[in-house]
Write a protein that binds this ligand. Structure first.
Ligand code: AHR
Length: 631
């Protein structure tokens, strides 16, 4: 039998334990989580009319001139000057959206635009159309008047559902108008917020009950070069003042290479903190440490010039936690959140390596700990435990008493199964571990052929029993990357896939969700013949108890056989008569979920009888089973 020592906790589980890693890769932000439907709304892409097509009935009807005011507005320099030469004939622009626009029948769409009129009388109206040009909804005309920039708003309801709609903006009348920041959002964003997030995608995250939200990445923090690194201060305040930059993932490994991947930062640091709070996740921002992405360039900032980077870190803590009388606390209040966001964790650098990182680590740590000793710092140990660079950093940062080390594992399914014991004999005296990015790769790391199949998810589940068993040392963990648009991805596998209207969790998502939803508060031992289950007989297991009087077992069977097991709960407490048994299973390790068939691998719930503190279970071939017992 398997024996669970339910009255003898061996380690406390941190509230942060299972969390989320968000990065703007695979159209995760613009075109994904951020619900804006207009691509290149402020004409700031490298090619200023990217995403837009000029429509005119006959030549000479009108003219679009991209105009630059860089000297007076460096954050949002470009706008378009629309000249209509004649009141006759159609003249306008079409926006293609992010691989089209997902439009829903009966949904209200809110359009905003910044505009002014030089001369004449120009009216603008907005129309959604399907791929055949059929109208799906239309606004009332907006009359642009006055020579001062102002924001105009209008709303209308869509008459049909369309995956790949486009937006026409028609200009009527005769005259000259300046136009900027054309924006279209559905009314039903997450919590109905203007400038909001896609509700179905946030709901998938909320359903995980994540312990933390790490943002904004990933390599995106670093930038390909320092000039395009992620700078949080440029992502807060009014959206029209947030400076657009090219996305570091633009075209690299692109499934469909296009030069159109930019970051609008409509989803910026305020929004990340806010959504983390909404879903009950501890915020974990990661900041650039003065080093660009080492996979792309060797650019680092001179250590004598690190001050602005360090100031960004100090100011971020003030933005998150500071009193509203402080400069950055005040901005938080102005943005609608006077209460602090309760920041406790801060990451310095992403996947960096070498002595350059250590040098910068020391400078950052000294400055941050001096002013904010209560903040726990997360430090990267580089790409992979199979890599020499990892060991150098691991050894060095341990000697320097780092708080939390961020380890990344992108490896084969067998690596995950074989490493379920990784932390069993780990040094308990050094830094805590954050398994910050991991995902089993079905083919090879960064292969575009990788699939989110059941073998990968099952292997991750086996590995995660080892993380859970060692919760005293492993205090946080997150799968990576999180999101991918089915028509615009650079990297696979990913936890959640979506198109413009639909989204689904992969088998890996359900593994993450089952662990996070059944986190518990204390680890307890689950053994067979007094031995931990970490692969012998193809079984992997961990067990926890919760302050809600539950004992929860997680058992992975990686073999093709059904295994019958008697489970004995060693406790003085009374147990409920029945256990709830939740299973993920498939006889075919290649099974995946998809937009068409989103639940091929998803939890099935049944019950098992408990008699004399024992239950008999059949562990199905290739299965992950969570057994939930009330005490
Ligand atoms: O998750 C994708 C990338 O993998 C991350 O940006 C980076 O940290 C890692 O190399």
């Amino acid at each position: 039998p398997l024996v669970v020592k339910a009255d003898k906790p061996t380690a406390a589980i941190q509230p942060t334990m299972w969390g989320i890693f968000f990065e703007d890769i695979n159209l995760a932000a613009d075109g994904g989580l951020y619900a804006e439907l207009v691509k290149n709304r402020s004409f700031e892409f490298a090619s200023p009319l990217m995403g837009w097509t000029i429509q005119q009935a006959s030549p000479g009807t009108g003219n679009i001139l991209v105009t630059n005011r860089l000297e007076t507005d460096s954050a949002n320099p470009r706008y378009i000057r629309v000249t209509r030469n004649t009141a006759k004939g159609k003249f306008g622009l079409t926006n293609e959206g992010f691989r089209g626009m997902g439009i829903k029948q009966n949904e209200q769409y809110n359009f905003t635009v910044w505009a002014k009129s030089e001369t004449g009388n120009i009216e603008l109206h907005v129309q959604l159309v399907d791929s055949t040009g059929r109208a799906l909804g239309e606004s009332q005309p907006i009359n642009i008047s006055g020579n001062n920039w102002q924001q105009y708003k209008t709303s209308f309801t869509a008459t049909a559902t369309e995956l790949k709609a486009r937006m026409n903006v028609w200009f009527e009348g005769e005259g000259v108008a300046d136009i900027d920041m054309l924006s279209l959002f559905p009314q039903h964003t997450w919590k109905q917020r203007p400038n909001g997030l896609r509700a179905d995608l946030v709901q998938l995250l909320a359903d995980m009950k994540p312990g933390f939200l790490r943002f904004p990445g990933g390599c995106i923090v670093e930038g390909r070069e320092l000039a395009t690194r992620y700078q949080w201060k440029k992502t807060v305040g009014p959206v029209e003042d947030r400076q657009v930059i090219v996305n570091r993932w633009n075209t690299e490994f692109a499934h469909r290479p296009t030069p159109d991947y930019f970051q609008s930062f409509g989803l910026g640091f305020f929004e990340y903190f806010q959504v983390a709070e909404d879903i009950g996740a501890t915020p974990l921002p990661i900041l650039n440490c003065g080093m660009a992405c080492q996979f792309n360039s060797a650019e680092v900032v001179d250590t004598t010039q690190l001050d602005p980077y360090i100031q960004d870190a100090l100011d971020l803590i003030e933005f998150a936690n500071g009193d509203v009388s402080t400069k950055w606390g005040h901005l938080r209040e102005v943005m609608g959140h006077p209460d602090p966001f309760n920041l406790k964790l801060l990451g310095i650098g992403n996947e960096q390596w070498g002595p350059q990182y250590v040098e910068r680590y020391k400078i950052f740590t000294k400055a941050i700990k001096y002013k904010y000793p209560e903040i726990q710092l997360v430090n990267s140990v580089g790409p992979s435990p199979d890599d020499e660079r990892f060991h150098y950093l691991n050894d060095t940062l341990r000697k320097l008493n780092a708080d939390i080390l961020d380890e990344h594992y992108y490896s084969s399914p067998s690596w995950f199964q074989n490493n379920a014991n990784r932390y069993d004999d780990y040094d308990r005296n050094g830094p805590k571990i954050f398994a910050g990015e991991y995902a089993a790769q079905s083919v090879a790391t960064v292969s575009p052929l990788n699939k989110n199949n059941w073998l990968c998810a099952l292997s991750e589940a086996a590995f995660m029993t080892g993380l859970e068993r060692n919760a005293d040392i492993v205090q946080m963990a997150s799968y990576a990357p999180l999101f991918a648009h089915v028509e615009g991805w650079q990297w696979t596998p990913d936890l959640i896939w979506f198109d413009n209207l639909n989204s689904f969790g992969t088998p890996n998502y359900y593994v993450q969700k089952l662990f996070a939803n059944n986190k518990g508060d204390n680890v307890v031992a689950i053994t067979s013949d007094n031995k931990t289950l970490k692969g012998s007989d193809s079984l992997y297991a961990s067990a926890v108890t919760s302050t809600a009087n539950e004992v929860i077992l997680k058992i992975v069977n990686t073999s093709s056989r059904s295994i019958s097991k008697q489970i004995s709960i060693d406790t003085k407490r009374k147990l409920a008569a029945k256990a709830t048994v939740t299973t993920l299973q498939s006889n075919d390790l290649n099974t995946v979920n998809s937009i068409e068939s989103p639940k091929d691998i998803s939890p099935l719930v049944s019950e098992a009888e408990i008699k004399s503190r024992q239950l008999n279970l059949v562990l199905h071939p290739y299965s992950f089973t969570v057994i939930h017992i009330k005490m």
